[in-house]
Structures are given as C-alpha cells and as structure tokens.
Design a protein around this ligand. Structure first.
Ligand code: G6P
Length: 475
C-alpha cells in the first residue's frame, strides 16, 4: 500500500491538528479487502482522491462513508490508517439495480455524451433513491452540527438533498468527477428534476470544467425552480454556489517515484526489451467504452500502414485495467479490443516481434510510473472524460522534459493541458497524423510543450484542489 506524502496543503491549515475533518461520502471506501495467506486485510486504495483526502481525515474526527465493494452485510465501522471508515451495505439486488443499473447503465453513459445508449429502465430509479438515502443517513449520524460533508460523484447525486432534510445545519459540498452533459442530453433523463433537486441540496456543487458547471446551471433553471444569480443559483430560499474545480494529481509523489533508481532502471529495461530500438507509444486506461481504446487501435493500425518498416520503428503498449467486468457493454468492449489487438499483431507481426503489447491488468504504482517514464508518446484519447488523470500523471513522470502527450479534446484535462497535441478521438485518420507528428516532434519542441504542461500540474495539485474546494464550501 502506498501512502501519500504528508505535507501541508495550501490554504488555511488544512489537515492541521485540532481541525475537524470533513465527512467524505463516496460510493467506494478508500480501502479494499485483499486476501492474504492467513486470511484477509484492508489495503488503502491508490488514486488521487484517496491521497488528497486521507491527510485531511487522519485523526481529525472526520470520517469516510462508502461501500466496501461486496454485496451483503457491511462490516462494522472501523479505523484504518487513522481514518474512521463507515461501511454502507448494498444487497446483491442493489449492486445490480443501483450500481450496475442506474449508476452505470443510465447516468454513466448519459453523462458521457451518450456514447452508449442509456437504458432508462424504470425499476432502477427507486433503488438509486433508497441507496442514496442510506448513504445520507450514515453521513448524518457522523456529522457535527455545522460540520462539513463532502459528497462525491454520480452514484450519489440524491445524497445532498436527503442529507439536508435530516441535517439542515451541515455544510454540504458535492463534486462530480465525470462530465455534466449538455442540457439537450441531460433533458432525456426521465428523473431529471429529482436528480437536479438532489444536487441542489448542496451549498456548493463542483464540476471538472466551466462547461460542466454551465450545463448544470442551465438544466437547473430549466427543470427546477432554481433561479440564476451572479455565479450562484437561488433555490428555495438558499444560495447554491456552483463552479469549476478541476481535480489534479499528487504531482510531488509521482515525481518522487519517477526519480527512484529502481524505477529508472525498470524504465530502461522496458526501453531495451519492449522498445528494442523502437519508439514506444503507450495507452493506460480502465477498460471502458468511454476511453476510445478501439479507435486508438484503429489509428495505430493506420499509422503502421503509413510507415515503411513499421515493425522496426514503433510499438504500442496498451494497458487495460479491468473494470465493471460483469456488465455486458464492458465485456463486449474487451472482446472488441482483444480482437483488434490480435488482428493487428496477426497482420503485422513477424513471429518474433509484435506491434501491440496488450496488458489486461492493474499495474502496481511503481511499475506504472516506469511505463510512463519509458514511453516516447502517451496516448490519452477518450471519447469523453471528466478529467483524465493519466494525462497529468504522465507529465509528472517526465523530469527530463521529453516525451509527447497526445490528448483528446473531449477530456476535461484538455482545458488545462492545452500544450498537448489535441486530437478528435472520433477521427481515426486525424489521430494517425497526430501520432506521426508526435513521433517526429523535435526534442526542443517536446521540451517546450512539456515545460508548459508541467507548470499546470505544479501550480495545482490534488492537495490544492481539495483545499480550494473546502475553502469555497466553508467560506
Ligand atoms: C470513475 C468514477 C469513479 C469510480 C471509478 C471506478 O473514475 O468517476 O466514481 O469509482 O470510475 O469505477 P467503479 O465502478 O469500479 O467504482
């Protein structure tokens, strides 16, 4: 398990001793149960959200309310690594109806520009409301009068309103990690008013981008009795702030891992063995249909056709992290990606070397950083993405300032990382051209662009993000 670097966050003494930490409410707890030789233990999950919030919670009187990841009874509340954890139970039916159904079968595709058709299945709505109420109750039991509750993401959009009913004195913040869609799409949702009213229970609703925030305000004024104010909404006698609070990464931590001699040695080994004289293009994604892995592979196949001696010139490494495997859309996408990889390797490999290396697994953090360090070109080409932290992680792992980031213009990160090579992920030919341009980019231009990208993540890391959000909420 990796622990975040402990260092003071900017802003007024976040995480300082004596300060009461927030109650964090997220679908998943920041720990996962892992099997060991003599039973099982809890292990802290990697990832930006956990590393940002853990220092604010440790020994602070705050707590993290979330699902432990398995169907059935929840464990009793417990403390791990100084954080009070409050598990919420989901029955097997609720895992199907609330998690796979409404959260990931309706909201997830709808909010990602309906790149898959959302199934507006009526029987999924009530379980969503019921589970959200359960999370709200668990938070209400923990929060002190006037205390802060910070609710996260699309699975829990009804929590702010449910919580306001039972804990009206709480300061309630909500942050949406995924995009908030244009009103023409959002308006399709049969439960659009109830979802908006859920969010409007908060004092502050945060989004990844300005556009997401605008979409929300437009939907709220169209479908509820919220009234637009100057940068806020008036709703039933309360003021609801909303705005863009783009999430970031633990920049210093990634840079520190990238500088470790063992990681540098592993990166060299990757260049020697997998690269073997070839330039390495790298993709790292959860295996999700929003990530555009299939179109990226098509663009890579197009690139191979354009290059003479392609097999001696380039290699693509695609890391696909298993995700939501029980859902048919995800299983189908996996089949499609694996078929494409097989096709490309079958057509272009020579028995010894293959043009695509495909890893279907979650990589330990040090290994991931070694891959980021070894790559010549990083391909982050989702069809739609709230932010995409892989893009920021890659930049943090390039201390020498070389390497090229190819980034989808439909990732939230493109708003900040505008010195990446921006691409339209639907345009296969255009992407292949961008891959070529990346491979041919002079070192001086790589360094100039990378320095600008690096400034973005140095200026605002995940600690700044959390501190700024909480300051805005509590001010
Ligand atoms: C995205 C969502 C998170 C979610 C994660 C993993 O990043 O924004 O809320 O936790 O995917 O998905 P899972 O369904 O496994 O929790």
């Amino acid at each position: 398990m990796t622990r975040p670097t402990q260092r003071p966050a900017p802003g007024p003494s976040r995480g300082s001793p004596g300060r009461v930490g927030p109650i964090v409410v997220a679908n998943r707890l920041p720990v996962a149960r892992v099997r060991t030789a003599d039973g099982a233990r809890w292990e802290r999950s990697p990832g930006g959200l956990v590393s940002a919030l853990a220092p604010l919670l440790e020994g602070s009187g705050g707590a993290w309310v979330g699902w432990a990841g398995a169907a059935g009874d929840a464990p009793e509340p417990f403390t791990d690594g100084g954080i009070d954890l409050v598990p919420v139970a989901l029955s097997r039916a609720e895992v199907n109806l609330f998690y796979a159904g409404f959260s990931n079968g309706v909201i997830w595709p709808l909010y990602h520009d309906a790149v898959r058709w959302p199934e507006f299945e009526r029987s999924w709505w009530q379980p969503y409301v019921d589970v959200n109420r359960r999370f709200a109750r668990a938070a209400a039991e923990r929060v002190r009068p006037g205390g802060t509750v910070w609710v996260h993401d699309y699975q829990l959009q009804r929590v702010p309103a449910e919580l306001r009913e039972i804990a009206p004195a709480a300061r309630i913040g909500f942050f949406l990690h995924i995009p908030f869609p244009p009103v023409e799409l959002f308006g399709q949702l049969p439960w659009r008013r109830e979802v908006l009213e859920g969010l409007l229970g908060a004092d502050l609703v945060g989004f990844q981008t300005e556009l997401g925030a605008k979409n929300f305000a437009l939907a709220a004024t169209r479908y509820t009795d919220a009234v637009q104010g100057e940068g806020y909404l008036s709703y039933r006698g309360r003021r609801v702030q909303y705005g863009a609070h783009p999430i970031s990464i633990d920049t210093a931590r990634y840079a520190e891992i990238a500088a470790r001699p063992s990681v540098r040695a592993r990166a060299q080994e990757i260049r020697r063995t997998i690269g073997d004289g070839r330039r390495i293009l790298l993709g790292v994604d959860r295996l999700d249909y929003t990530k555009g892995i299939d179109r990226r592979l098509s663009a890579f196949a197009e690139l191979l056709e354009r290059y003479d001696h392609a097999l001696d010139a380039v290699v693509l490494v695609q890391v696909a992290v298993p995700s939501r495997e029980a859902m048919p859309d995800y299983a189908q996408m996996r089949g499609r990606v694996e078929q494409q990889v097989g096709h490309i390797n079958g057509m272009c490999g020579d028995g010894g070397r293959v043009p695509v290396h495909y890893l279907y697994r979650n990589l330990p953090q040090e290994e991931l950083v070694a891959w980021y360090s070894a790559a010549d070109v990083m391909l982050v080409t989702p069809l739609r993405d709230g932010m995409n932290l892989v893009a920021k992680e890659f930049v943090a792992c390039r201390p020498d300032g070389d390497g090229v980031l190819v980034l989808s213009e439909f990732a939230g990160a493109a708003k900040e990382l505008d010195q990446a090579l921006l691409v339209n992920p639907h345009d296969v030919d255009g992407m292949a051209t961008a891959f070529e341009q990346a491979l041919e980019m002079p070192l001086a231009e790589q360094r100039r662009r990378m320095a600008s990208l690096r400034r973005v993540i140095d200026r605002r890391d995940v600690h700044t993000w959390a501190a700024e959000f909480l300051d805005a909420l509590e001010s």
